[in-house]
Design a protein around this ligand. Structure first.
Ligand code: ADP
Ligand code: ZN
Ligand code: ZN
Length: 773
């Protein structure tokens, strides 16, 4: 008897063994899907990992119920990559399968109802000429003859023949004198019924169908765009771009990974385009990653213009059915040679992957926080490329400290673009000292006179303004001036954010909301005031100061869907908005001609955030937002409002000195034992009952400490210690590079299992976050 080890989409560790019944023998191989019973009630679709002759002992082994595929739908490289991911990120391989495979490819069900198919192929009704009319030359002629007294039907049939591909001459021949010797009806294409109905009335169509001349049938059409696209050659590179490209190509001969550090608007994308073109010409595939939010029509169209229908786009906001079809296309004979996608494109099958591009490689959104697998798409892409024998190009104007260090140490190749493509100078960046202005009572609400002046001048010239405030809502909190009361979330340990448009107080962690009270519920005072600054408030205040300007706001409240986001962007690019206010959404990859002034309203909140990466992030955000100014024609201007104009990070942003940021960050990281010098792993324990949460985290904390000593700190309360009614404790583990990663992972997994073996802790949610951000 042979057995199959399967991956099932459930959060339990390991593989699940089933026997192969004789009826399915020969159909089971690694990578195919199989349907299996699980427990008493359920059916799952799993992936066969391997075959074996020796089943595990002491457990009941059930037979496979069915095998879905004739050929693997998950490649060997993918399976290895899934295994690496489960191992590295300390989750189950079932978690990885669930994240990787579109839901439509893994139907589940119960014993009673069977599998619920949640993918349906898209079909369309087509119309064809009755094949019998094509068998002999004279039959079609006779058919047309028989319609002599039904003029409309005859006309419709003739039109059909022409639309379906018969030449006008042949059509005439068949309709009038009958075909000459050996004249045959060539193969005719079926036409969509919707098209035919545009030029026939329902009655005429029904009559032709009734006579049996036309036949309807259903055909699978698919959801993917198959229209051919005209393409253009790529742009000529300028000398700096050419040098960087040549250098990258030379380095790729010896290395697998390179970092391209190019200032904003230096034309990194053009370099990617050249490398993509060469890779495709060599017959290999390219996977091009962008952070979800930067995946705009702007870039898709730029790539479409050059690569046409070779380009496929894949991201998690696509309907599941579309994702299923892209997956199947990638397995088929004509896969997309170039796939542009967000994080989840990592999981698509590639047979000839030659190059992976990770644009904006420093972006946080490459990291998945919840649910497992909590992976970093850049790091996972590096692994995938290694398994596939592909090269990787990382690109950024503000690289992550980790990647830059590897480049500095010579582990990655490296190239630089220091000037903007259009030769416009980098924007002039100024700090505005709000502490001083406040003391002199010169601040106008949240605006400094220099910022207001710059906005006024830009508007007068008919140019555009971006204002950045990384907080949505009106104000991050409400406060009673009489007693100090602050409204807090019922479910989480955070204060509620005031949203003026909806008149509600909202929790940004769990979504809970309540109306704004008229009086302080604690002392009855009327003096409740908003405190702090959100984008809504910026919008309100700016509209008062520039009543004639057209103002819009871009944050997750106004651009919740991709469509709203695109609409705001295109309105801005058509010049229908003068001032665009936004959160970090406005910092990503936007390329607009007329942005002259960028205002950063409050740098301090970013700088003071309690996290060891706060300075790195603040620099990246400010440099990226600043990079939206003056990209093509005239030099732009950036004003940063801060109470601490002498802060080293502010000075680094002013001088655009990434290297200085890098140097100070390295010193701090070394001193406080943080990445890239140490590997970080967080352990989270969550429970409704604070006592269980404390006991469980203390238990696993001391177990870990008994093995790893002072590398373990905590358990402690994270910044937000309760979310959605769950109390949270965190253990921080810092691992030096000398330790064997495999042994450490074994130990961590063991500790988790040990904790879960205690019945009193079994109801706690416990997981690791490896390389957390
Ligand atoms: P980055 O990706 O470095 O931010 P982009 O590639 O978006 O920069 O380039 C910035 C602008 O300059 C874009 O509008 C782009 O079309 C233009 N550009 C860059 N390189 C070229 C080139 N070689 N020829 C023509 N236009 C270019
Ligand atoms: Zn009060
Ligand atoms: Zn909440």
């Amino acid at each position: 008897m042979r057995y199959a080890e399967l991956i099932l989409p459930i959060p339990l560790p390991g593989y699940f063994t089933y026997s192969i019944p004789p009826s399915l023998e020969g159909r089971v191989q690694p990578g195919v899907r199989a349907v299996v019973p699980f427990g008493k009630q359920k059916y799952y679709t799993g992936i066969v990992r391997r075959l074996t002759d020796t089943p595990p002992e002491g457990i009941e082994i059930k037979p496979l119920a069915d095998v879905t595929d004739a050929l693997p739908v998950v490649t060997e490289v993918q399976l290895r990559h899934w295994e690496w991911m489960a191992d590295y990120y300390l989750c189950s391989i079932g978690d990885v399968m669930k994240a990787a495979l579109p839901a439509g490819m893994r139907p589940e069900g119960s014993r009673k109802e069977g599998l619920r198919q949640n993918y349906r192929p898209l079909t369309e009704t087509f119309v064809r000429l009755n094949p019998a009319l094509l068998e002999e030359e004279s039959r079609l002629h006779e058919a047309l003859d028989s319609l002599k007294r039904a003029g409309k039907q005859r006309e419709a049939l003739l039109r059909f023949l022409e639309e379906a591909g018969l030449t006008p001459e042949s059509t005439a021949a068949f309709s009038e004198k009958g075909p000459g010797k050996g004249e045959k009806v060539p193969p005719l294409a079926p036409l969509p019924r919707s098209a035919v109905q545009k030029w026939t009335s329902p009655a005429v169509f029904a009559a032709l169908a009734k006579r049996g001349f036309l036949q309807c049938f259903e055909q699978e059409t698919g959801r993917l765009d198959t229209t051919p696209h005209a393409t253009l050659p790529p742009h000529e590179l300028n000398p700096a771009q050419q040098t960087a490209l040549d250098s990258l190509k030379a380095q790729f001969r010896e290395r697998d990974i390179c970092l391209l550090h190019g200032v904003t608007a230096s034309g990194k994308t053009e370099i990617y385009i050249r490398l993509i073109a060469e890779t495709l010409r060599a017959g290999h595939q390219v996977l091009y990653f962008l952070p979800e939010i930067a995946l705009t029509t702007q870039l898709t169209e730029r790539l479409r213009a050059i690569f046409g229908s070779a380009l496929g786009v894949y991201h998690s906001q696509y309907p599941d059915e579309v994702r299923v079809e892209i997956w199947q296309k990638q397995l088929g004979p004509a896969p997309y040679p170039l796939v542009l996608g967000a994080r989840s494109a990592l999981f698509l099958p590639f047979r000839r992957l030659g190059l992976v591009i990770v644009d904006e490689e420093h972006e946080n959104s490459y990291k998945q926080f919840d649910p497992a697998p909590r992976y970093h798409a850049r790091n996972a892409a590096l692994q995938l490329a290694a398994y596939s024998g592909a090269k990787v190009l990382l690109g950024s104007a503000t690289p992550s400290i980790e990647s830059f260090r590897l480049a500095r140490e010579g582990r990655y190749g490296f190239a630089e673009l220091k000037t903007r493509y259009s030769r416009v100078e980098m924007p002039a960046v100024r700090a505005v000292d709000t502490r001083e202005l406040r003391r002199k009572k010169l601040m106008d609400g949240h605006f400094s006179p220099p910022l207001l002046e710059a906005i006024g001048k830009t508007l007068a010239q008919g140019e555009q303004v971006l204002l950045f405030q990384n907080r949505r809502g009106f104000a991050p909190m409400l406060e009673c001036n009489a007693c100090g009361w602050v409204p807090r979330c019922k479910n989480c340990d955070v204060s509620l954010t005031l949203h003026k448009a909806t008149g509600r107080l909202v929790c940004h962690y769990c979504g809970y909301s309540e109306p704004v009270p008229a009086l302080c519920p604690s002392c009855g005072s009327k003096a409740i005031r908003p405190r702090g600054l959100g984008t809504e408030r910026v919008e309100d205040e700016i509209a008062l100061r520039f009543p004639r300007a057209r103002v819009a706001r871009m944050d997750t409240d106004t651009a919740h869907t991709r469509r709203q986001y695109e609409q705001l962007l295109s309105a801005f690019s058509r010049g229908e908005i003068d001032i665009l206010i936004g959160t970090q959404m406005i910092s990503k990859g936007l390329d607009f001609e007329h942005v002259r002034t960028v205002g950063i309203l409050d740098a301090d909140t970013m700088l003071n955030y309690p996290d060891f990466r706060a300075h790195e992030r603040a620099f990246q955000l400010m440099a990226q937002v600043a990079g939206r100014a003056g990209r093509r024609k005239e030099r732009g201007e950036v004003l940063i409002q801060t109470r601490d104009a002498a802060h080293p990070v502010i000075r680094q942003v002013l001088s655009g000195d990434y290297e200085a940021l890098y140097a100070t960050q390295l010193q701090e990281r070394a001193l406080f034992r943080y990445p890239p010098f140490y590997r970080l792993v967080y352990l989270f324990v969550k429970h409704r009952d604070p006592a269980v949460c404390h006991a469980a985290s203390a238990h696993i904390g001391s177990l870990l400490r008994s093995y790893l000593g002072s590398r373990v700190s905590g358990p402690l309360d994270p910044v937000v210690a309760r979310v959605q009614r769950l109390h949270i404790r965190q253990v921080v583990i810092k691992l030096e590079h000398g330790l064997s990663p495999r042994k450490v992972r074994e130990l961590l997994r063991y500790a988790l299992g040990e904790l879960q073996s205690h019945p009193e802790f079994r109801s706690a949610t416990v997981y690791f976050d490896v390389d957390p951000l």
